[in-house]
Structures are given as structure tokens and as C-alpha cells.
Write a protein that binds this ligand. Structure first.
Ligand SMILES: C[S@@+](CC[C@H](N)C(=O)[O-])C[C@H]1O[C@@H](n2cnc3c(N)ncnc32)[C@H](O)[C@@H]1O
Length: 300
């Protein structure tokens, strides 16, 4: 996704060392290795063991120039030293593989277990949330992380349904939601609830918040960070992260008032502050790219 747009802004160099923190099917990783020429190197990680296998297989032609590990990007400090990376990519969200395999439980298209874990070693699944949280907690999850305005009605229907047994499959949950929320247009009425569950199961926002700081610390001066987001909460987090780095002062606490400011040099300049969006041709080819937004920053 946004492949030429990422490569044009990372400008991989001959002797550069690059990081893909969400290596997935290795599309970006492969393009970086190709663009950086025979001496460029790539470190990649993904929390999903299947993605790590797929990435290693795809990158075989570049043997000796890459290393891929199964890691969450918040853990990258345990592998890589600060100030040693020339450019990094975070392509957030769900991979095509995760969406296309029914057993992973991400998709509304196939029946599968309500799993949604990107990291198969984690313990919390979507089924745990659906079957164990109170109606109020579920409604909050659907509203906060999915923006679902019918969150309370859906939560009540779930709690009522589970009195007659566990809700265990994707299509069972999708069907239940479809009975509560009328279908409008082509988007399935359960889309927002599924997004909210996935974000919570994988603690996507908490990890992005910490991960941005970890990945930033790995960059050398002049190094670039490209982040592709898929929903507004992720985009907001990236913009706020960038804004703080670009300021000529640091703020104590959360409130930016003049009396809490301490001067410091700006640490970042935007390569693309305004979100870069996919071309019409890419959206036609891959409808999931329609909400993708790329932002790129350079460390000073
Ligand atoms: C959209 S896909 C990446 C696709 C990849 N750029 C490509 O070209 O094939 C996102 C991937 O990021 C992984 N991921 C998401 N959050 C992560 C995190 N906090 N740490 C490590 N991997 C993560 C997911 O498991 C998934 O495989």
C-alpha cells in the first residue's frame, strides 16, 4: 500500500540500514531492499508469526541483507541500538493475510473463531471480550474505538444472546449485529464493531503511542520515519507525536501553557505533514487502501 509514495520519501541509500516495524507480507521491505541497492540492509519485525515466515520466504533473494524477527515494535529497543537506523516504516492495521484466513477471525466475509489476535502468543481474544465484558464496557469499546453510534443497542443484544450460550464465531456476531443495525449502503453494519474489537484485542493505540517513541529513538539524525494509518485515532496520534517533536520547547505535563514550557531545539521536520493518500488507481485495485494516510518525518 502506498508503496511508491513511501519509497520516494524514504529515499533508501546504498549503504543504509532500514527498519520495517510491521513487515507483514514484506511488500515494503522488498521495495526498500530493491531501492537501496546491493549494500542496503533491512531489519524487520512483526508480532505475527505467520507474517514473519511469509516475509522471510519472500525476501529469500536478498539473503544476507536482512533479518526478520517476531517482535512487537514496542520491543525493538531489545534488538536494535539507538541512532543506528536510516529510515523506518510502520504500516499499521491488518495484513491481507490476516483478513483472508478465516481462522484468524478478522473478516466479516468468512466464518471463523472470534479471535483477532495479531500475535498468536497473546492470550486475550475477541471472544473473551464479547463473552465476558458488561454491556456498558462493550458499548464503550464499540463507541470509543469504532465510532459506532448504535453501540448501546449492539451491546445489549450481545449480552442478551450470550444468556443462551457463548458467542464464538465471526458470522454469529456479524448476524446478530445485522439484526440490530440496519444495513446502509455497501458497508456491513458490523464493520465498526469488528474494528473496535480488533483495536482493543491488540492494544493497537497503546502500542502505537509507545512504538512511535521507540522507533524514533532508533533513527540517526537525518533518518526518516514513514507511518501509514488507517483510522482517525491512529492519524491523530501520529500528528500529535510529530507536532511535539517539531516544537522549539518541551512541555511538562499534558497542558501546553507558557509557564510549563522549557526551550529545546526542534527534533523533527515534516517530509509530508499533510497526509499522502493513495491514487484513485490504487483504491480501485485495493478498496482497503481508501482510508490509508501516509505521514513522513525526518529527525534533525
Ligand atoms: C498492513 S500489514 C503490513 C503490510 C506490509 N507493509 C507489506 O508490505 O506487506 C500490518 C502488519 O503489522 C503487524 N503489526 C501491527 N501492529 C504491530 C505491532 N505493534 N508490532 C509488530 N507488528 C505489528 C500486523 O501483524 C501486520 O502483519
Amino acid at each position: 500500500m502506498l508503496l511508491p509514495e513511501v519509497i520516494a520519501r524514504l529515499e533508501p541509500k546504498e549503504t543504509g540500514r532500514y527498519l520495517d516495524g510491521t513487515v507483514g507480507g514484506a511488500g515494503h521491505a522488498e521495495a526498500i531492499l530493491e531501492a537501496s541497492g546491493p549494500n542496503g540492509r533491512l531489519c524487520g519485525c512483526d508480532q505475527d508469526g505467520e507474517a514473519v515466515q511469509a516475509a522471510r520466504a519472500r525476501l529469500e533473494p536478498f539473503e544476507g541483507r536482512f533479518e526478520i524477527r517476531q517482535l512487537n515494535f514496542v520491543e525493538l529497543g531489545s534488538w536494535l541500538d539507538e541512532g543506528t537506523i536510516d529510515g523506518a516504516v510502520l504500516d499499521l492495521g491488518v495484513s491481507s493475510h490476516q483478513f483472508d484466513v478465516a481462522e484468524r477471525g478478522f473478516s466479516l466475509r468468512f466464518d471463523g473463531p472470534l479471535d483477532m489476535r495479531m500475535d498468536e502468543r497473546a492470550s486475550l481474544t475477541a471472544a473473551d471480550l464479547i463473552n465476558e465484558q458488561s454491556a456498558e464496557e462493550l458499548a464503550n469499546i464499540f463507541y470509543e474505538f469504532g465510532g459506532e453510534s448504535g453501540s448501546r443497542a449492539v451491546a445489549r443484544a450481545i449480552v442478551s444472546e450470550r444468556r443462551s450460550g457463548k458467542i464464538g464465531s465471526t458470522l454469529q456476531l456479524a448476524g446478530l449485529i445485522e439484526r440490530v443495525l440496519p444495513r446502509r449502503g455497501r458497508t456491513h453494519p458490523a464493520t465498526k464493531v469488528f474494528q473496535a474489537l480488533r483495536i482493543v484485542v491488540n492494544d493497537e493505540l497503546g502500542r502505537l503511542d509507545r512504538g512511535l517513541q521507540v522507533v524514533w529513538s532508533l533513527l540517526r539524525p537525518g533518518g526518516r520515519l514513514a507511518v501509514i494509518t488507517f483510522h482517525s485515532a491512529e492519524a491523530r496520534m501520529v500528528k500529535l507525536f510529530g507536532r511535539r517533536l517539531a516544537l522549539p520547547y518541551r512541555v511538562d505535563g499534558d497542558v501546553d501553557l507558557p509557564e510549563f514550557r522549557h526551550p529545546k531545539p526542534p527534533e523533527m521536520t515534516w517530509v509530508s505533514r499533510k497526509a499522502v493518500q493513495p491514487t484513485r488507481a490504487e483504491v480501485l485495485r485495493n478498496s482497503r487502501s481508501r482510508s490509508a494516510q501516509l505521514r513522513v518525518m525526518e529527525k534533525l
